[in-house]
Design a protein around this ligand. Structure first.
Ligand SMILES: [Zn+2]
Length: 247
């Protein structure tokens, strides 16, 4: 009886505890690798196991995926446009602007779509889903969904069939998982970030995180000029490492 009660307690705990995205920054990436070239020798066994919620941390179907969050800085978005023009389809580029930033910079996002980037969902007001109701979460996700539809119309492009949601700060709970499933979204987090623990690193330090990412990494950048400059330095290294021609 005691065992049953204890089990029940733990099931109860699981139900009421918010699911904190984990890891926000995987321990393997807290230390900048010593090597100065792209490497795949990191222990991929440290990669978080696939979770039953379907949350994505890595994508082994690609050498690497560049993701750019937020989208408020026009100078940074312009730098990304220049990079995308230079490197074309040689790298996958997923953009996660929050709705308000997307609305403000629709013209640039439409250009990025036409250059082969995809636009996905990052809430409307960049809300952390920690003490939010299911209704608030749904409103944040669906209002951004409409803004995304609009920018694809502006770009005269078809929206990709697979929709991704990236919760700001990596915070989500069981409601988020349910709302995403009901609305055809998959939750995409990351395994490499250029601002571990919110550190404001130099361009070179950020570039090292990018080009040292193990195969299949989902690399999180922000729409900041510093991150775009780091990407500019790291891309040639990564493409050379994987033998991908810049086209
Ligand atoms: Zn964000």
């Amino acid at each position: 009886m005691k065992k049953i009660l204890i089990s029940f307690f733990f099931v109860f705990l699981l139900m009421v505890q918010p699911v904190k995205a984990q890891p926000l920054v995987h321990l393997a990436f807290l230390i900048i690798p010593e090597t100065t070239t792209a490497t795949t020798n990191m222990n991929m066994n440290n990669t978080p196991p696939p979770s039953s919620s379907g949350v994505i941390f890595v994508d082994q179907s690609k050498p690497f995926t560049i993701t750019v969050d937020d989208g408020y800085s026009r100078p940074a978005l312009k730098k990304l446009i220049t990079l995308k023009k230079q490197y074309g389809a040689s790298f996958t580029c997923l953009l996660f602007p929050y709705g308000a930033a997307l609305k403000d910079n629709e013209d640039l996002f439409a250009q990025l779509i036409n250059l082969g980037c995809e636009v996905h969902n990052h809430t409307y007001h960049h809300i952390y889903f920690r003490n939010t109701t299911a209704e608030q979460q749904k409103e944040e996700i669906l209002s951004t969904d409409q803004a995304i539809e609009h920018v694809y119309k502006l770009a005269k492009q078809k929206r990709p069939n697979i929709k991704y949601f990236r919760p700001p700060g990596g915070f989500y709970d069981l409601n988020t998982i349910r709302i995403c499933k009901e609305n055809g979204y998959r939750i995409m987090l990351w395994n490499v970030i250029t601002e571990p623990n919110g550190k404001n690193l130099s361009v070179d330090e950020r570039a090292r995180y990018i080009y040292s990412a193990p195969k299949g990494s989902i690399i999180l950048l922000h729409s900041k000029e510093r991150d775009m400059d780091a990407l500019s330095k790291a891309l040639p290294v990564l493409l050379k490492h994987y033998g991908i021609p810049a086209h």
